[in-house]
Design a protein around this ligand. Structure first.
Ligand SMILES: Nc1ncnc2c1ncn2[C@@H]1O[C@H](COP(=O)(O)OP(=O)(O)O)[C@@H](O)[C@H]1O
Ligand SMILES: [Mg+2]
Length: 251
């Protein structure tokens, strides 16, 4: 049941689908998510957003990067920081290199200004992972990491932290000390109820604020809620339909 191979459109990832004039069901999901995030941060108290899910492959990097591009297009200054030391992918989505990133900064080999890279997307910068550090928790307990997030908080409207899965890596504990809250993703039809409840329990143990829940991998055709009811109470739903415009185009 888990990690079953989804119907593929031939590409490893959809990458960034947000553009200034894009439309369609998926884009509408992102617009709703972006508007909710803008609303939540109206007073500037919810700007450092930790993107989490229970397990891998639930769409964290996809949502983190597309949300960043969407916010950038509304003239917000955004930086996405790759905190998934096990499967770093943010640089792939945003079209930059993996080299010279967070690891080099924390190890004292580079300054903050050296690890922030511009991307081709308007108002969106990135800090990639950089070198592999096997014991990633040393990064997140370091004072340098806390200093970095403090500085980014001053310089950007949004700091998006793309994280490793809660039930697989414990880094979320230290990351939640510097974030304003968690955007929690649930892959529709993939993640079990137990996994979701275990992950939420972990977040609650640390009194981590959950800013919102995003359903990913949603298939309107298979949903018990029907085609139009994708926006549930209190939840943002970004979903993918197997019949969406992009998938059709690539067939
Ligand atoms: N909403 C979605 N619906 C279907 N597939 C998706 C969706 N979001 C992401 N994917 C695909 O799922 C895979 C894992 O996505 P990714 O963002 O890398 O997950 P994570 O960062 O949680 O491991 C990628 O191949 C991606 O294209
Ligand atoms: Mg990822």
């Amino acid at each position: 049941m888990f990690f079953k191979k989804r119907k593929s459109n031939g590409k490893e990832t959809d990458g960034i689908i947000i553009t200034e004039n894009a439309s369609g069901a998926k884009i509408e999901g992102y617009n709703r998510l972006r508007d909710n995030i803008l609303f939540l941060n109206a007073d500037g108290n919810n700007k450092v957003i930790q993107v989490e899910s229970s397990v891998a492959h639930e769409g964290k990097t996809t949502v983190a990067t597309n949300l960043a591009v969407s916010l950038g297009l509304t003239d917000k200054k955004v930086v996405v920081v790759d905190l998934d030391f096990h499967r770093p992918n943010v640089h792939r989505f945003l079209g930059t290199s993996l080299e010279t990133g967070l690891a080099e900064y924390v190890l004292g080999q580079a300054e903050i200004k050296d690890v922030i890279k511009k991307t081709e997307y308007k108002n969106v910068d990135i800090i990639s992972r950089g070198a592999k550090i096997y014991n990633s928790s040393v990064v997140f307990i370091s004072d340098k990491f806390k200093t970095l997030i403090k500085k980014l908080r001053e310089d950007y409207d949004y700091v998006i932290l793309d994280c490793a899965p809660i039930l697989q890596v414990s880094d979320y504990i230290n990351i939640s000390q510097v974030s304003d809250g968690v955007l929690f993703l649930v892959a529709y039809g993939m993640t079990t109820r137990n996994q979701v409840s275990d992950a939420i329990k972990e977040l609650n143990k640390n009194n981590t604020k959950i800013l919102g829940t995003v359903f990913t991998m949603y298939d309107r055709k298979k949903s018990i809620y029907g085609e139009n009811a994708y926006y549930g109470k209190g939840y943002y739903s970004y979903y993918r339909s197997t019949l969406d415009d992009d998938a059709k185009k690539d067939k």
